[in-house]
Design a protein around this ligand. Structure first.
Ligand SMILES: Nc1nc2c(ncn2[C@@H]2O[C@@H]3COP(=O)(O)O[C@H]4[C@@H](O)[C@H](n5cnc6c(=O)[nH]c(N)nc65)O[C@@H]4COP(=O)(O)O[C@H]3[C@H]2O)c(=O)[nH]1
Length: 954
C-alpha cells in the first residue's frame, strides 16, 4: 500500500471515529439553548457556516465543469448538476432560515427545512451516482441548467405554493416525525455510501474514495443532530452545521483530489516520463552505432547524432544548417540526393552506398531515407539513417571470395580426386562423379549405403578396425585400400579420411579423398614380382625362396610337420651352354622350370637361385621323420626322372641329369641359412658320388664338411707359416736322361703331416687361396731354374709348373709371370706352364692371347691330363702349345687295354702332326715305357724314374 494512502486513511478513519464519539456525546446532553441573548447572532453564524458549504459546492461545480475533456471524470455531469443544485438549495436554505428576511416571502423554519432536505436528498443522489461511477448523458451545460431549473422549481414551489410543503417543524413543539424520518433515511443512506466508499478505497487505494467516505459518514452523523432540536437556536443545531462544514471539508478534499492534485500529479508524472524518454532517446542516439540525420524541407541539417558527427569528422557546432552536399563526400551526396527528394514527397527508400574514403580505402554504407512527418501528418523533412557496412561488406566479399575459392577447390577436387562424405556411422551421404566412375555404381546405389559394398576382401578385418579407431578419435587416417568395383574388378586407392568434429567434440561426418593408384599398384606388383621372381623362368628367386623357407620352418614347427628342402643343379650344364650357346641353355632352364612346376603341388615352392641351381621346398610331409624321408625321396626321384627325360630345344635334342641334395626339416633346430648350407652339402655329396643322383644330408656329411672347413682354415695359415714345400718329379727321355722336372706342391703341416695336393688344391681353388699359393710355386720354381743356370750340368733342365684356372684367368697373369722371371733371373725358355683342358673352355681368345704373350718371351706350355676332358681338336689347332701330356689313366691300362693304347698312340700321332712334344705321365713299369717308346713317345714321367721329391734329393 502507498504510504500516502495509509496516512489519508488513518486521518479519515480517526476523524470519523471522533465525529461518532462527539456526536454520541452531544446527543447524550440535554438540549442546550445558545444565542439566547442575541438570537440574530446565530443567523450570522449559520450564514457563515452555510456559505462555506455553498462555496465548496460551487468550487466542486467549477472544478467538475473545467475538468479537461481527455481526463474527464465519468461523474463530471453528475457533479455539475448535483453540486449546482446543492449550492442553490443550500443558498435558499440560508435565505429562508427562520429569522431571515427571505426573498418574495419571509424565511421560516419549515421552508428552510424543505430546502435543506431537498439539498441533502440531491446530495445523496449525486453521491450514489458517484459511488456507482455512472455517467450522465448530455453536456455539462445541460446539467448545469437542469440543476438551476430544479432549484428554481423548488424555489417557486416553496414561495408560490407554501401549502404544498410538508410540515417538518411545528413552532413550540419542534420537528415533526416526517422531518426526522427523512433525516434518518438520509442518515442511513449516507452511512451506506460511507461504507461503500471506504470499501472501494481499499481496492482502488484512492484517497478520493477515503475523503468521500469520511464526508458521507460525517454528513450522516450531522444528520442525527438535526433530528434533536426543538428550536433552531439550540446547540445541537449548530453542532449539526459544524458537522456539515466538516463533511464539506472532506468533499472539498475529494474534489481537489480529482481536479487539482490529480492533474498536477499526472502532469508531473508525464513530465517525468517525457524526461525519461528524452534521456532514453538521447542515450540511444548517442550510443547507436548508426548515424542519424534529420533534415528540414530544404534538406538542411537539423540534427546529427554523435555517431554521424564522428563519421563526418567535423566539429558539431558548425554542422547544423549545412546542406547535404556540404556534409557528405560528393559521390555519397550524389547517390543519396534523389532519395532525399523522394522522401520529401513522402517516399521511403533504402539504398546501399559505395564510395572511396579520403584515405583511399573503399567503404560501404546502407542508408534508410524516411519522410519525417509533423504531428499534423505533413512532411516536415527527412530522416536519414546511415549504417556503416564496410566491415560487414568486406567480410561478405571475403566470404564470397572464400566460397568461390572453396568452390574452385571442390571443382578441382572433384576433377582429380575420388570424394565421398559419410555420416558418423559411415553411411555415405555424398559421392562425386569420379567415385561413381571408378566404383561403377550409380550415385543412387551408393548414397545411404556403407563402404562395405565396395569391400574387396583384400584387407584383414584388423585393417578396417584400425581405420575406424583412428578416425573415430578425430584423427586423420591415410592408407592404401583395395576396393572392388561393381563388375568385380579390383582397384586401388590412396585414401585420406578426415573427420569433421561436431559441437559435442565427436566426429559428425567424415570426408574421404582418394586417388586412383591402381596403375601404380600394378607396376609395384610387377616390380615386386620381378624382385621376388626369376626373370628367365618366372620361378621364385633366392629372396622369395628364403622368405618361403622361413615361413615353412615356422609352419612346420607350429603344426609339428616335416618338410624337405631339395637343392639341385644340372650336371654339366655349362658344357651345353658352351657348346650349344646361351639361348639354348636358357631354353633348357625354362623347360626345367616348367617340368619342376608340373611335377610338384601348387603349395610347394620352386625357386631358381641362379645359373642351373634350383630349389624345391615341400611342406606337410607328416610328423614322422621316416615317412617324410620316403616322401621327399619319392618326390626327388620323380624330379630326377622328369628332368632326365630328353629335351627338344629347337633343333637340338638335349639330355641332362640333375644332382639333388635333400635335407629334411621340422623347424625345431634349423634356421633357413643353415638348412640351405646342409642341402648344399648333400648336393656336393651327390655330385661327388658321380652326379645324377639324390643324396640326403646326414651327420657324417656334416663332419666331412667340417673337416674341409678346418683344412681350409689351416691352409690359409700354411703360406704365412712357411709350411708349403715344392717337390720335383723328373721328366726323362727314352734313355732316361733328365730333361727337366715337374714342380709338385706339398703342404707340410705339423698336425696333418705331408698333405697331398689332391686334398688341398681343389679347396685352395674354391677359396681363392690358389692365387698366392700359385705365385709362391712359380717364384720358388723360377728361383730353382735361376740357380741351375750356374750349373752347366743342369742349366738345360726345364721345370713344369701347374697353373690353375683361376691363376690363368687373372687379367695381369702375364705381368705376374714376367715379373717373377725377371726378379728371379730364371730363363723363360726353361719354364713350362701346365694347363688343363678345362681351362680352355672360358674366354679362349683371351687365354690364347696370354699364352702367346708369354711364348714370345720363351715360356712354353703343356696341356696336362690330355684326353680326360672334353677334348676338342679345334682349340688344339689354335692353341700356342708345345707339349701334350698323356694322362696317367691311359698309361695305367696301356698294357692291358687296347683302347688306352690306341688313345696313347692317337695322342702321339696327333702331337707329331701338330708339331708338339708328348710326355707320358704315370709311367711305373718298364713295359709301359717300352710300349710308349714303341708308339713314338719321347718323354716320360713316372715313379719308374722317380717320385716327386725335394730338390736336394733329386
Ligand atoms: N701313382 C702314380 N702317380 C704318379 C706317377 N708319376 C707321377 N705321379 C703323380 O701324378 C701327378 C701329376 O701331376 P698332375 O697331373 O699335374 O696333377 C697334379 C696337379 O694337377 C696338382 N698339383 C700339384 N702341384 C701343383 C701346383 O703346384 N699347382 C697346381 N695348380 N696344381 C698342382 O695336383 C695333382 C696331383 O699331384 P701329385 O699328388 O703330386 O701327383 C702328381 C704325381 O705325383 C706314377 O708313376 N704313379
Amino acid at each position: 500500500m502507498q504510504p500516502l494512502y495509509l496516512n489519508h486513511r488513518s486521518l479519515a478513519l480517526s476523524t470519523c471515529a471522533l465525529a461518532l464519539v462527539l456526536m454520541a456525546l452531544a446527543l447524550s446532553l440535554p438540549p442546550i439553548a445558545i444565542f439566547t441573548a442575541r438570537p440574530a447572532d446565530y443567523l450570522s453564524v449559520h450564514i457563515l457556516l452555510e456559505m462555506f458549504a455553498i462555496s465548496v459546492s460551487l468550487m466542486i461545480v467549477t472544478i467538475a465543469w473545467n475538468t479537461p475533456d481527455h481526463d474527464a471524470e465519468p461523474i463530471a455531469q453528475t457533479l455539475v448538476f448535483g453540486f449546482a443544485s446543492v449550492a442553490g438549495l443550500d443558498m435558499l436554505h440560508t435565505l429562508y432560515f427562520a429569522g431571515m428576511p427571505g426573498l418574495v416571502v419571509d424565511g421560516s423554519t419549515n421552508t428552510a427545512i424543505f430546502f435543506w432536505l431537498s439539498s441533502r436528498a440531491v446530495e445523496v443522489a449525486v453521491l450514489c451516482l458517484a459511488a456507482l461511477s455512472l455517467r450522465l448523458p448530455g453536456s455539462r451545460n445541460a446539467w448545469l441548467i437542469a440543476g438551476i431549473v430544479l432549484v428554481a422549481a423548488l424555489f417557486l414551489i416553496a414561495t408560490q405554493r407554501p401549502q404544498w410543503l410538508p410540515l417538518s417543524y411545528i413552532p413550540g413543539s419542534g420537528l415533526t416525525p416526517l422531518k426526522n424520518t427523512c433525516e434518518l433515511i438520509l442518515c442511513v443512506a449516507n452511512l451506506g455510501l460511507a461504507l461503500w466508499f471506504f470499501l472501494r478505497s481499499r481496492k482502488t487505494q484512492s484517497s478520493r474514495d477515503l475523503w468521500l467516505g469520511a464526508a458521507c459518514f460525517i454528513t450522516a452523523m450531522g444528520g442525527l443532530a438535526f433530528t434533536q432540536y426543538r428550536t433552531t437556536s439550540e446547540f445541537i443545531n449548530l453542532f449539526g452545521h459544524i458537522y456539515k462544514v466538516a463533511a464539506y471539508c472532506f468533499f472539498y478534499l475529494a474534489a481537489f483530489q480529482i481536479a487539482v492534485r490529480k492533474p498536477y500529479r499526472l502532469l508531473v508524472e508525464r513530465e517525468q516520463r517525457i524526461r525519461e524518454k528524452e534521456t532514453e532517446l538521447h542515450n540511444l542516439l548517442h550510443n547507436l552505432p548508426i548515424g542519424v540525420a534529420r533534415l528540414d524541407e530544404h534538406l538542411h541539417l537539423r540534427y546529427a547524432n554523435p555517431t554521424l558527427i564522428r563519421s563526418l569528422d567535423r566539429h558539431p557546432e558548425n554542422l547544423i544548417g549545412e546542406t547535404i552536399s556540404d556534409l557528405l563526400l560528393s559521390d555519397v551526396a550524389e547517390q543519396i540526393k534523389p532519395h532525399l527528394f523522394k522522401a520529401l514527397e513522402g517516399v521511403r527508400s533504402d539504398l546501399d552506398l559505395e564510395y572511396v574514403r579520403p584515405d583511399g580505402n573503399s567503404a560501404y554504407a546502407s542508408c534508410l531515407v524516411v519522410p519525417e512527418r509533423q504531428v499534423s501528418g505533413r512532411e516536415a523533412g527527412v530522416l536519414a539513417i546511415f549504417t556503416d557496412t564496410s566491415e560487414r561488406e568486406h567480410n561478405r566479399r571475403q566470404l564470397i571470395d572464400s566460397l568461390r575459392e572453396i568452390a574452385e577447390i571442390k571443382a578441382a577436387l572433384d576433377a582429380h580426386a575420388i570424394v565421398a562424405i559419410t555420416d558418423a556411422r559411415g553411411v555415405i551421404t555424398q559421392v562425386n562423379d569420379k567415385f561413381c566412375a571408378i566404383s561403377q555404381y550409380a550415385r543412387s546405389e551408393l548414397v545411404g549405403r556403407t563402404h562395405k559394398m565396395i569391400n574387396s576382401g583384400h584387407h584383414p578385418r584388423e585393417f578396417f578396425q584400425d581405420l575406424w579407431r583412428t578416425i573415430s578419435h578425430g584423427e586423420v587416417w591415410s592408407g592404401e585400400v583395395c576396393n572392388r568395383a561393381k563388375d568385380g574388378s579390383l582397384y586401388w586407392v590412396q585414401s585420406t579420411i578426415m573427420p569433421f568434429i561436431g559441437k559435442d567434440g565427436l566426429p559428425e561426418q567424415y570426408i574421404a579423398i582418394r586417388a586412383d593408384i591402381t596403375k601404380r599398384k600394378r607396376i609395384e606388383e610387377a616390380a615386386q614380382r620381378m624382385a621376388l621372381h626369376d626373370a628367365l623362368t618366372g620361378l621364385a628367386n633366392r629372396r622369395l625362396m628364403s622368405e618361403r623357407l622361413i615361413r615353412a620352418l615356422h609352419n612346420s614347427q607350429r603344426h609339428n610337420q616335416h618338410g624337405a628342402l631339395l637343392l639341385m643343379d644340372l650336371d654339366h650344364f655349362k658344357e651345353i651352354n658352351d657348346t650349344l650357346g646361351h639361348p639354348i641353355g636358357d631354353q633348357l632352364l625354362k623347360e626345367v622350370a616348367v617340368r619342376l612346376q608340373g611335377t610338384l603341388r601348387q603349395s610347394d615352392t620352386v625357386a631358381r637361385l641362379g645359373g642351373d641351381e634350383f630349389v624345391v621346398i615341400i611342406e606337410e610331409l607328416g610328423n614322422s621323420q621316416e615317412s617324410a624321408m620316403h616322401h621327399a625321396s619319392d618326390t626327388g626321384e620323380k624330379i630326377r626322372q622328369m628332368l632326365s627325360a630328353p629335351y627338344q630345344l629347337h633343333d637340338h635334342m638335349v639330355q641332362i641329369t640333375p644332382s639333388i641334395g635333400v635335407v629334411l626339416f621340422d623347424g625345431t633346430l634349423q634356421n633357413a641359412d643353415e638348412l640351405i648350407k646342409q642341402a648344399d652339402m648333400a648336393l656336393y655329396k651327390a655330385k661327388d658320388a658321380g652326379r645324377d643322383q639324390l643324396c640326403f644330408f646326414d651327420n657324417a656329411l656334416q663332419s666331412e664338411i667340417n673337416q674341409r672347413a678346418l683344412l681350409q682354415r689351416d691352409l690359409r695359415l700354411a703360406l704365412e707359416q712357411d709350411e708349403l714345400r715344392l717337390f720335383y718329379q723328373s721328366v726323362v727321355d727314352a734313355d732316361e736322361q733328365i730333361l727337366g722336372f715337374e714342380a709338385l706342391l706339398r703342404w707340410q703341416n705339423p698336425q696333418r703331416g705331408l698333405v697331398s695336393p689332391a686334398q688341398f688344391i681343389p679347396l685352395a681353388e674354391e677359396s681363392g687361396l690358389i692365387i698366392p699359393i700359385g705365385q709362391w710355386v712359380l717364384t720358388t720354381a723360377c728361383r730353382q731354374l735361376a740357380e741351375w743356370q750356374h750349373d752347366p750340368m743342369r742349366q738345360a733342365w726345364t721345370i713344369a709348373v701347374n697353373i690353375s684356372a683361376r691363376q690363368l684367368s687373372q687379367p695381369d697373369f702375364v705381368q705376374q709371370v714376367l715379373q717373377v722371371l725377371a726378379s728371379s733371373g730364371a730363363p723363360a725358355n726353361r719354364l713350362r706352364l701346365e694347363i688343363t683342358e678345362s681351362m680352355l673352355q672360358h674366354d679362349l681368345t683371351v687365354t690364347i692371347g696370354k699364352m702367346q704373350a708369354l711364348r714370345q718371351v720363351g715360356v712354353r706350355f703343356s696341356l696336362d691330363d690330355f684326353g680326360t676332358g672334353y677334348s676338342s681338336m679345334s682349340y688344339l689347332k689354335h692353341m700356342p702349345l708345345d707339349q701334350l701330356k698323356i694322362d696317367k689313366s691311359f698309361v695305367d691300362e696301356i698294357l692291358i687295354d687296347s683302347t688306352d693304347s690306341a688313345i696313347a698312340r692317337t695322342v702321339v700321332t696327333l702331337a707329331e702332326n701338330l708339331g708338339l712334344e708328348v710326355v707320358a705321365e704315370g709311367v711305373e713299369q718298364r713295359e709301359q715305357l717300352e710300349l710308349l717308346i714303341a708308339i713314338g713317345c719321347r718323354a716320360f714321367q713316372g715313379y719308374l724314374f722317380g717320385k716327386p721329391e725335394p730338390i736336394t734329393r733329386t
